[in-house]
Design a protein around this ligand. Structure first.
Ligand SMILES: Cc1ncc(COP(=O)(O)O)c(C=O)c1O
Length: 548
């Protein structure tokens, strides 16, 4: 009863905010604050200029900030989040509770491959939720088997590995957890004394946050607070054949690798490397696990990233999640019949995994994502992204070092911290994320249109020009002078004292100047670039740097 009242109250608050935002226009706080304030004229002007950014982050006196501050005391603080609060999505766009619209190049970290709120998915969720949501793995239901069969058939049709059976669970970490346990069981079957229990994974990989998947993720930032890790994990170097020959031994039960490392920086395996890895695994009798949680399900333009590899490079186990549910939590571990033959009743299980609701939805999503036309579109759209990136690289040759990836999993390697670009892009209406070291990551919905790509990349270029363009490198404008002034001035007053807003500092002599970005109207720079002094430093690890 009280829960209901709480949610009604929340809905009412959101509705009121939306109405207020719509009625009064987008920039209510800035104009309200400046109209009545006795701030000096230059500060008022700066606030008003800032407010002309298409999507200026909600300041500390906004209704969003009030809601965040009232709710955050109740949440374990596992993520640092930027100021907006998202409420609604459609296709490649997402809206915050104050009606700002953002083009979403992140797709919920490579999840919403069909975009936000795909209408057919919503319909199926509704229908199945009225039919059967959950009955447990103690009983049969029509959809766990149907999804398993579809995954096997589509994998074979696409030229993928010789998958024979599927275990369905609820997330990527759980899919990897199952893969790690299956590898250990295979090792135990071969060597009942337990000596064949070691797992090898790779530096810069990301496999998840549960203790098994975390033990396979050799990132000190994630592992150190929870040490010790599980015993028996070793870490090799990606694309280094010598390192696998040394670490993968008779004691190895499994090797886990992402064919394209997502979180680690969009690093693509060299074509020869998986072949060498497969060969070594076969030599020592270890199972080879491909984690395609981020790069699979047509993100590269093929059903799985490994589909273009020869059979000599195919895995024994493949894990998937993320796009599998398009936002509904679900994961799966696909195995060969040989691996499955080592697993017996009771070895592994899950309460929620394989529930009819999730499997019904994933069945539809796999059907859509395995469509060859969609896959051809992914390749074409990937090429369009690259055209833009090549142009941007030409404009910022000292900043853009490299473009990596395939299809619609792309990384733009910068020579500087991209966090300010993420902020500047967001404040211009584009959501992007980072990964690895100084890499901007592009994992948009696979249904994105070419117009949306063009629009987003224009915003990105704009954001980069605000953050990186040096005086002299381009024709001087007021905007450039603002940048120079911002760089040279060591301390500026904060316009908004906002606990969630870390970046905005405006140099005194920039406050009356107008920006150079005709598309977005006049603006001022609100982002501190690397090396600039800020009273409150931008957080080192921006939420977008982290995987879910
Ligand atoms: C390659 C890879 N594996 C595993 C995971 C973990 O998935 P989840 O967050 O669903 O547990 C991720 C998440 O980012 C991932 O990118």
């Amino acid at each position: 009863m009280s829960l209901r009242t709480g949610s009604q109250r929340l809905t009412a608050v959101v509705r009121t905010q939306r109405q207020t935002a719509t009625r009064a226009g987008r920039r209510t706080y800035a104009s309200a604050a400046t109209a009545t304030s006795n701030l000096p004229a230059h500060v008022r002007q700066a606030i008003e200029s800032e407010a002309r950014l298409p999507n200026a982050d909600p300041p500390s006196d906004s209704s969003t900030a009030r809601m965040v501050h009232s709710q955050s005391p109740f949440m374990v603080p596992t993520y640092v989040k930027p100021p907006p609060m998202f409420e609604q999505g459609q296709g490649c766009y997402i809206w915050d509770i104050e009606n700002r619209q953002y083009l979403d190049f992140t797709a919920g970290i490579a999840v919403n491959a069909l975009g936000h709120c795909d209408p057919e998915m919503s319909k199926l969720l509704y229908q199945q939720s009225q039919t059967l949501v959950h009955s447990s793995n103690l009983y049969h239901n029509p959809w766990t088997g149907a999804l398993s069969q579809l995954l096997i058939e589509k994998t074979r049709q696409a030229g993928g590995f010789n998958a024979g059976k599927v275990f369905i669970c609820n997330s990527g970490s759980e899919a990897n957890e199952a893969a790690i346990k299956f590898a250990r069981k295979c090792g135990k079957t071969v060597q009942p004394d337990g000596s064949k229990h070691e797992l090898v994974s790779f530096h810069n990989s990301f496999h998840g946050r549960t203790m098994g998947s975390l033990s396979a993720t050799p990132n000190p930032k994630y592992q150190k607070p929870f040490a010790p890790m599980l015993p028996g994990f070793k870490y090799a170097t990606y694309n280094d054949t010598d390192s696998i020959n040394e670490l993968v031994t008779e004691n190895t039960c499994g090797v886990i690798i992402e064919p394209i490392q997502g979180e680690g920086g969009v690093n693509v395996a060299n074509p020869d490397f998986p072949i060498a890895l497969r060969k070594r695994c076969t030599e020592v009798g270890a199972v080879l696990i491909y984690d395609e949680i981020q790069c699979g399900l047509s993100r590269t333009g093929q059903m799985w990233a490994h589909c273009d590899l020869p059979a000599e490079a195919h895995p024994d186990i493949l894990t998937t999640a993320k796009a599998l549910g398009n936002g509904f939590p679900i994961g799966a571990t696909l195995v060969t019949d040989e691996v499955s033959s080592k697993i017996v009743t009771g070895d592994h299980g899950t309460t929620f995994g394989g529930n009819p609701l999730g499997c019904r939805v994933a069945h539809y999503i796999v059907t859509r994502l395995s469509d060859p036309e969609l896959q051809r579109g992914v390749v074409k759209k990937g090429a369009r992204f690259r055209e833009h990136m090549a142009r941007i690289q030409q404009r910022f040759p000292s900043i853009v070092k490299e473009v990596r990836g395939r299809g619609l999993i792309l990384g733009m390697q910068l020579s500087a911290d991209p966090t300010p670009v993420v902020t500047a892009a967001r404040e211009r209406g584009l959501l992007t994320i980072t990964c690895g070291t100084n890499t901007l990551r592009f994992v948009p919905p696979l249904i994105i249109s070419e117009d949306e790509i063009d629009k987003g990349m224009r915003i990105l270029e704009d954001a980069m020009s605000v953050v990186f363009e040096q005086p002299g490198e381009v024709k001087g404008t007021d905007g450039q002078q603002e940048m120079r002034a911002t760089r040279e001035t060591s301390t500026f007053p904060l316009l908004f004292h906002n606990t969630t807003r870390h970046y905005m500092h405006v140099p005194p002599d920039a406050r009356t100047k107008q920006g150079r970005h005709a598309n977005n109207g006049p603006n001022i720079n609100t982002v501190a670039a690397p090396g600039w002094t800020t009273a409150r430093q931008a957080p080192k690890s921006h939420p977008s740097v982290r995987p879910l």
